[in-house]
Design a binder for this molecule. Structure first.
Ligand SMILES: Cc1cc2nc3c(=O)[nH]c(=O)nc-3n(C[C@H](O)[C@H](O)[C@H](O)COP(=O)(O)O)c2cc1C
Length: 360
């Protein structure tokens, strides 16, 4: 209730990116104060043993994590964990600092519970992220790092960016997501072509053969919802063959069909409720194409416990949200976890994985 009032009367009157920056710096400050963190945690963190899950050797308290892009430079990991997420995917982190696209570059479609963004990977570069993630954490956290190439890096040299990022971040990241699906970096999505993607995956995996001292980390690949079904199946098979640890499905869409005409003219990717149906279909397709053997992290339009249950029944082992958190506010995760408990009571399952793939 309180967040709704603050959102309606203060945050939503600001430009979307300015509002985001205000909330991020507030969480950054709160995260440095042990008392504030403790209060946040007691108010918002909930647990339920029926919801715990494991993928790629990582144990998650529950399936709901924060999707990439919210905390690009790993500034507020402690406070975000205190708000209850089971994991935070920071990034997209680029090797060198870059400003991203000119502003304004982020818009809300409130009625549609959607966002449009054309940020283009504003990034402080990898160094400050390594420093922040090296500090001791106040709360146990699973922190994945989503990595992407700099805009100035030609596509032919992209593998070297991803490889260097993985080398620098392996000591401090719990997993990596190779991002080849953001629509705002020219050419990036071309890296989803099987012959390009295989090169990237091999380049990242090679770091563990050539540098024995680096801790081994799971690798996920994040895909666009705008790939057609044949392309998606081809990529899923490649990921299985190359022993990738999971697929993050999906990034934002360039499809404008559910967005009001005056907003549809903005460039960039659409997220939130309009993406839900396609993101669900992609999860089902990937689950079927891989016989459930490749873990899927479902992203796109997750805004409630019902959305989580549906995504798991279609084949996702974990889920992430971005837009649902913007519109749901600080109590978002608490609400979803509490409601998941009620659904489990009603439906009589003892572990979330019992319903995995039930509707695929
Ligand atoms: C403003 C904004 C910035 C984003 N930045 C990134 C990013 O840097 N890297 C990435 O992989 N995805 C990024 N995303 C995509 C989200 O991680 C997520 O895949 C997408 O928003 C769909 O989830 P949602 O419907 O819960 O928002 C961004 C999304 C938004 C709205």
């Amino acid at each position: 209730m309180l967040y709704r009032a603050i959102f309606e009367f203060a945050l939503s009157r600001l430009d979307a990116e300015q509002a985001h920056e205000k909330v991020l710096s507030l969480l950054d400050r709160l995260g440095r104060r042990p008392l504030a963190l403790d209060r946040l945690q007691r108010r918002y963190r909930r647990s339920d043993p029926r919801l715990s899950c494991s993928i790629a050797g990582l144990d998650f308290a529950h399936p709901l994590g924060l999707a990439a892009g919210w905390d690009k430079d790993a500034r507020a990991v402690d406070a975000l964990m205190a708000l209850g997420f089971s994991h935070i995917e920071v990034g997209t982190v680029c090797l060198r600092p870059q400003p991203g696209n000119p502003k304004p570059r982020m818009w809300r479609a409130k009625k549609q519970r959607a966002l449009i963004n054309a940020l283009g990977f504003p990034s402080q570069g990898v160094e400050p992220v390594v420093v922040r993630l090296s500090r001791p954490r106040s709360l146990p956290a699973i922190v994945g790092v989503n990595i992407g190439k700099n805009r100035s890096t030609p596509l032919e040299a992209a593998a070297a960016d991803y490889r260097a990022l993985a080398v620098l971040l392996a000591p401090v990241a719990d997993y990596f997501t190779i991002n080849v699906s953001s629509p705002n970096t020219p050419g990036l999505r071309d890296l989803q072509r099987v012959e390009q993607l295989v090169e990237l995956i091999d380049a990242v995996q090679a770091i563990w053969r050539t540098t024995a001292a680096l801790p081994k980390r799971p690798i996920f690949v994040k895909l666009a919802p705008d790939l057609d079904d044949i392309e998606l199946v081809e990529i899923a098979k490649l990921c299985l063959e190359r022993r990738v640890d999971g697929i993050v499905a999906t990034n934002t869409t360039i499809d404008r069909q559910w967005i009001p005409a005056q907003l549809a003219a903005h460039p960039g990717g659409v997220s939130g409720a309009p993406l839900r149906a396609r993101a669900e279909a992609v999860v089902r397709l990937l689950y079927r194409a891989t016989d459930g053997k490749l873990p899927i992290i479902g992203v796109g339009g997750i805004a409630s416990a019902e959305d989580v249950v549906r995504r798991v029944r279609l084949g996702a082992r974990l889920v992430q949200a971005y837009s649902g958190f913007i519109y749901g506010g600080p109590g978002f995760v608490r609400q979803v976890i509490t409601d998941l408990g009620k659904i489990a009571d009603r439906q009589g399952w003892c572990r979330l994985e019992e319903i995995l793939g039930a509707d695929a």
